[in-house]
Design a protein around this ligand. Sequence first.
Ligand code: S6P
Ligand code: ZN
Length: 196
Amino acid sequence: MKSVPFTFEVCIADAILSHYDNHIQRRLSSMKGQFLDQAAYDALLAREDALLYEVYEIKRPEVAGELLHGLSIVHPGKVGDEYYMTKGHFHTVLETAEVYYCLKGQGMMVMETPEGEWAVEPLRPNTVLYVPPRWAHRSVNTSLTEDLVTFFVYPGHAGHDYRTIETQGFRKLVVERDGQPHIVDNPRWLSPEQRS
Ligand code: S6P
Ligand code: ZN
């Protein structure tokens, strides 16, 4: 792919880019085992394989020096008490960071390191979130009516490691209690010592 300068428009109202190369759609069925309330997950899936989130990617060569970027849209909804969220991942090259710019909606970014440190930061319109190297990240939409729309940028060679998160989830979950988002412990999570 030839590297020449380019521009494109971000239509915030429709949460769409005027140009993108790839459109990924993640449905409930692809999130098996990710939500804590398995019975609620099964019941929802029996009714409908709902669309949880979408990613519009601008493709760039997946090499150091390039920047991969695009739009992530998490739709509103819950599985049991847990808000709709992305799968979440570490970057395969752990020492790579990522920047998120929130365009629309209300949410949280749940993060953790392989050593078990954790952080949860708010995502609100016009906020920039910096995910440092080594931190796994998952976006959670804490609105039940509006999409959470973020623009992301990360190094071309970062890659995605979904396996650790698929196995035990993140250390913290974001759930609704009395109509408000709350950060709670994930009972399935194991510390690095317990894992080995
Ligand atoms: C990629 C970046 C985002 C996510 C997107 C979907 O490094 O963090 O583009 O891919 O938000 O999340 P996930 O966890 O399904 O890749
Ligand atoms: Zn990432």
